[in-house]
Design a protein around this ligand. Structure first.
Ligand code: AMP
Length: 282
C-alpha cells in the first residue's frame, strides 16, 4: 500500500495504472474511518483492480464556528484499516497542497445546495463539490463510492459528475448502522452516553415514517408531524429539519411517491446528526 501526500505524485501513480488498463475505484473520506467507510472500501475492492482512498479533513466544507478543528483525526489507525482492507493507494494531502495560496476556484451545484443541510450550513456543499471535483481530477478513477448516509451529498455529487462530464461511475451504497439503528458517523464520537441514547430518535423517527407509509399513510405533512412529535419528546434533541423530497430535484412532496427520500437533521445537544431513508414501492 502506498501512502502519497502530493497530488502530482498520486496523479502519476493512477496514470500509470490507467495505462495498464487497470480499473480504479475511489473512496473519498475525511478519515476517522468506521464500518460505514469500510463497506465502501470493501465494495471498491471487489469491483476494481486498484483501490484508492483519500483522507482529508476538507476545510472548505466547514463553516465558521463548525467543528473543523475538533473533527476526529486518527490517521495512524485509518492507515492500518486501509491496509487491512487491501487498499492500494492512500491519498493524504494537506491543506496547502489542496488549497495553495491564491486558490480561487469553486464548484457550485445550483438549486440543490441551499436546501436541507445546505440551509443551516451555507457554503458546505460548495466545499464538498469543489474538493470532490479536485480529487476526481487528481485521481481519474473509473468508479466513485459514496454513502447513502449523506444523501444530499450523493445527489449533489452525482449531479456535478453528470453536468461537468466527469468520466466516472458514481455508486451510492446503503447506510451502515449500529445494531440499535444509529447510523455510523465520525461525529458520533462527540456524543456522551446520554446523548448517544437520545441519538436513536433519528432512526426511530425514520422507522415510524416507514411504518405509517406501510399502513397506508400518504400525506407527507402528517408523517412529518408524527416524526416531529416523537423527536420532540426526547431532550436534548432539537430538530433542524425533517423533509420528504424527490431524490433528483430535492423538492418537498405533499404526497408519498415511490423512490422518495425522507431526510432529517437533529441536534443532540451540540452535535448535529443526519439520517435518511428511501421509500421504495408504495
Ligand atoms: P466522511 O468521512 O464523513 O466524509 O464520509 C466519507 C464517505 O463515507 C461518504 O460518502 C459518506 O456518505 C460515507 N459514509 C459515512 N458514514 C456512512 C455510513 N454510516 N454508511 C455508509 N456510508 C457512510
Amino acid at each position: 500500500m502506498k501512502i502519497i501526500r502530493d497530488p502530482e505524485k498520486i496523479s502519476i501513480e493512477t496514470g500509470k495504472n490507467k495505462q495498464l488498463k487497470k480499473r480504479i475505484g475511489f473512496v473519498p473520506t475525511m478519515g476517522a474511518l468506521h464500518p460505514g467507510h469500510f463497506s465502501l472500501i470493501s465494495r471498491a475492492r471487489k469491483e476494481n483492480d486498484i483501490v484508492a482512498v483519500s483522507i482529508f479533513v476538507n476545510p472548505a466544507q466547514f463553516g465558521k464556528g463548525e467543528d473543523f478543528k475538533k473533527y476526529p483525526r486518527r490517521f495512524k489507525q485509518d492507515i492500518e484499516s486501509c491496509r487491512r482492507l487491501g487498499v492500494d493507494l492512500v491519498f493524504l494531502p494537506d491543506r496547502d497542497n489542496m488549497y495553495p495560496e491564491g486558490y480561487s476556484t469553486f464548484v457550485n451545484v445550483d438549486n440543490l445546495s441551499d436546501c436541507l443541510c445546505g440551509a443551516s450550513r451555507p457554503g458546505h456543499f460548495r466545499g464538498v463539490a469543489t474538493v470532490v471535483a479536485k480529487l476526481l481530477n487528481i485521481l481519474h478513477p473509473d468508479a466513485l463510492y459514496l454513502g447513502q448516509k449523506d444523501a444530499q451529498q450523493a445527489i449533489i455529487i452525482s449531479r456535478m459528475v453528470k453536468d461537468l462530464n466527469f468520466p466516472v461511475k458514481v455508486k451510492v451504497l446503503p447506510t451502515v448502522r449500529q445494531e440499535d439503528g444509529l447510523a455510523l458517523s465520525s461525529r458520533n464520537a462527540y456524543l456522551n452516553k446520554q446523548e448517544r441514547s437520545v441519538a436513536l430518535v433519528l432512526s426511530k423517527a425514520l422507522r415510524l415514517a416507514e411504518t405509517l407509509i406501510r399502513n397506508g399513510q400518504r400525506n407527507c405533512g402528517r408523517i412529518i408531524s408524527r416524526m416531529r412529535q416523537l423527536i420532540e419528546k426526547n431532550r436534548p434533541a432539537k430538530i433542524d429539519y425533517i423533509a420528504i423530497i424527490d431524490p433528483e430535484q430535492l423538492k418537498e412532496l405533499r404526497k408519498i411517491e415511490p423512490g422518495c427520500l425522507i431526510a432529517l437533521a437533529v441536534k443532540i445537544g451540540k452535535v448535529r446528526l443526519i439520517d435518511n431513508t428511501v421509500i421504495g414501492r408504495v
